[in-house]
Design a protein around this ligand. Structure first.
Ligand code: SME
Length: 160
C-alpha cells in the first residue's frame, strides 16, 4: 500500500478524480476491514479536494449513524428520509444540493455548510448500506463531475 497520495496540482476536479480513484482502489485492495477503509477514503478525499466535511453515515438498525469522517464534529444519528443523507438513503440515489437552505428538511450540522452532495453506497445485493456525504462552505460547489467521481468511489466500497 502506498503511504502517500499523489494529487495533481490543478483546480480541475475531473483530473483529480481520475488520479485519485485508482489510488483509492489500491489503498483498499486486500484490506478487509470496513472501518479502516472508510477512514482512509474520507482522509483521501479531504486531502485531495480540501472539502469542508466528508464522511460516511452507516445504516445501523433503523437509522443512519455517523461513521469515519474528516472535518468538524457532526450529527451522530439521522432518521431514514430525513435531511439530505436520509433522503439519499430512501431514494437510493445521489442528491446534489447547490444551496442547503433551499433543501426542505436539510440537517444543519454546521452553519458553515452551504452546499452538499450525498451518494448512496450499495452492497452486492443492491441494498443501501451507507451514504457518502460531502459538504462545502461554498454555495453551488458540486457538479456532475463530483457525482460521477464519488459514485465510482462508492462502487469501490461495494466491491470490498
Ligand atoms: N447535512 C446533512 C447532515 C449531515 S452533515 O452535514 C455532516 C443532511 O442534511 O443530511
Amino acid at each position: 500500500m502506498a503511504e502517500t497520495l499523489s494529487i495533481p496540482q490543478t483546480a480541475n476536479r475531473q483530473a483529480i478524480y481520475d488520479s485519485l480513484i485508482p489510488q483509492i482502489a489500491a489503498l483498499v485492495e486486500g484490506e478487509p476491514d470496513l472501518v479502516a477503509n472508510l477512514a482512509n477514503i474520507a482522509a483521501a478525499l479531504k486531502e485531495a479536494f480540501g472539502f469542508f466535511w466528508v464522511g460516511f453515515y452507516l445504516k445501523k438498525d433503523n437509522q443512519l449513524v455517523l461513521g469515519p469522517f474528516q472535518g468538524p464534529i457532526a450529527c451522530t444519528r439521522i432518521a431514514f428520509g430525513k435531511g439530505v443523507c436520509g433522503a439519499s438513503y430512501t431514494r437510493r440515489e445521489t442528491i446534489l444540493v447547490p444551496d442547503v437552505e433551499q433543501f426542505p428538511g436539510h440537517i444543519a450540522c454546521s452553519s458553515a455548510s452551504k452546499s452538499e452532495i450525498v451518494v448512496p453506497v450499495f452492497d452486492r445485493s443492491g441494498n443501501v448500506t451507507m451514504v457518502l456525504d460531502v459538504d462545502s462552505d461554498q454555495l453551488n460547489d458540486f457538479s456532475e463531475v463530483d457525482a460521477n467521481g464519488l459514485e465510482q468511489i462508492a462502487q469501490l466500497i461495494t466491491n470490498f
